[in-house]
Unconditional design. Structure first.
Length: 116
């Protein structure tokens, strides 16, 4: 069983920065790609960023390219999302996800609110 716990969300003004963390337990996730998703009120959950198992390859949604950076520390079993130049439209609950053996595991989410 895999448990994911996100942290680092909060309230920030437009133009500010936040760093989200996703700590995993129950299984070493160093061999698996991981991703960040978000869900705004009244909208579907959407992909934000993904990272390969080694961290050597990353992918971003067009809406966050150049502003967000995903990284991972396999020794700590943790994935990060550095968010800069935040905009009000980035307001959402942010979730991390990992797929292990064809099963998807999600964290409980962390709220990010960007005020204008």
């Amino acid at each position: 069983q895999v448990q994911l716990v996100e942290s680092g969300g909060g309230l920030v003004q437009a133009g500010g920065s936040l760093r989200l963390s996703c700590a995993a337990s129950g299984r070493t996730l160093s061999r698996y790609p991981m991703g960040w998703f978000r869900q705004a009120p009244g909208k579907e959950r959407e992909f934000v960023a993904g990272i390969s198992w080694s961290g050597g390859s990353t992918d971003y949604a067009n809406s966050v390219k150049g502003r967000f950076t995903i990284s991972r520390d396999n020794a700590k079993n943790t994935v990060y999302l550095q968010m800069n130049s935040l905009k009000p439209e980035d307001t959402a609950v942010y979730y991390c996800k990992v797929r292990v053996m064809l099963s998807d595991y999600w964290g409980q989410g962390t709220q990010v609110t960007v005020s204008s």
